[in-house]
Design a protein around this ligand. Structure first.
Ligand code: GLU
Length: 304
């Protein structure tokens, strides 16, 4: 497998320089756009890597999977899906329009409105306790007990995240959830700011690929039904409003984040992760998409 990811790396690095790091969260604009890492973890738990595979970056929207897994464990499927829908939108990740025009319930857990609503399901005395539940889920799935969040990115997002505040207040006013918007957003922004590297993401992809079972120690980490829910949402909604094209060109359940990471789970085969912070116009890692396309085609990984 090592030679495949090295070939993928050589193929992909031609596009370094295309796209642009996210700057609507000012701290993210400091990323090195020449970074590129690719990792694959097989279902025997072996990870192969190329590039800056140990460099930490913030998960951003990839944390939406972890928020969802935590909420499903905390309150169950029925409670979670009272507060969020199951359908793709075709709109940008931070869009507000459907909260007003179609349904007051956010369309799915992979867009910002949906993830904020799912965050409100996670119980706890305060924001610290609720974030700690998410952090613990992340630690278990990523194989790193010391997962933490990046305080600078968290502060930057708290200072500028007015659109997320608008989404949350719209949902509060429609009665989707109650409580303090600022507390819910503290949990959500901290989750988005959790730091991860490409190898850890690839391991998490392998857990999802392996029906929720750790490929390292055989422990069940995600209940199989919850694992199926997560993988189906990755397929239909994981790549923002490029999810349809990604399904056709790559065909792997995946989730991307504006920090430049993409995590894929190829059912019964492997986890794949890619990191490169320059994004295309939809918010997906420019080189990340190229690398996933290459690997999927060479190893014939499309699930379709
Ligand atoms: N923290 C980001 C936001 O809420 C996450 C966006 C993303 O990665 O798609 O805007």
């Amino acid at each position: 497998m090592q030679h495949i990811i090295e070939e993928a790396y050589d193929y992909t690095k031609k596009w370094l320089g295309k796209g642009k790091a996210a700057d609507y969260i000012p701290e993210l604009a400091k990323a090195d756009v020449n970074d590129l890492a690719i990792c694959i973890t097989d279902l025997g738990g072996r990870t192969e890597s190329v590039g800056e595979s140990k460099k930490k970056f913030t998960m951003q929207s990839i944390s939406k999977l972890i928020i969802l897994i935590t909420a499903l464990k905390d309150v169950g499927f029925d409670e979670v899906f009272k507060r969020v829908g199951m359908e793709p939108t075709g709109d940008p990740f931070n869009s507000i329009i459907r909260l007003e025009t179609m349904t007051s319930k956010p369309m799915n857990p992979m867009i910002n409105a949906g993830a904020i609503s799912v965050t409100t399901c996670i119980k706890g005395e305060n924001a610290e306790e609720r974030f700690e539940k998410i952090r613990e889920t992340a630690s278990v799935l990523l194989g790193d007990p010391d997962i933490t969040y990046n305080k600078d990115v968290y502060k930057s997002e708290t200072a500028t995240g007015h659109r997320n505040r608008a989404l949350a207040y719209m949902m509060l006013s429609s009665g989707i959830f109650d409580g303090s918007v600022e507390e819910h957003l503290e949990v959500y922004f901290k989750a988005c700011s959790m730091m991860v590297n490409c190898e850890e993401l690839s391991l998490m992809g392998a857990v999802l690929a392996n029906d929720g079972v750790s490929p390292i120690n055989g422990k069940l980490l995600i209940e199989p039904f919850h694992n199926r829910v997560v993988r189906s949402l990755m397929t239909t909604c994981g790549m923002y409003d490029a999810s349809g094209e990604f399904a056709m060109r790559v065909g792997i359940p995946a989730k991307s984040g504006v920090g430049g990471g993409i995590m894929g789970a190829v059912p019964s085969r492997m986890g794949i992760a890619v990191y490169s912070p320059a994004l295309d116009e939809k918010g997906n890692s420019y080189c990340g998409i190229k690398a996933m396309e290459y690997i999927s085609s060479v190893l014939d990984l499309s699930i379709f």
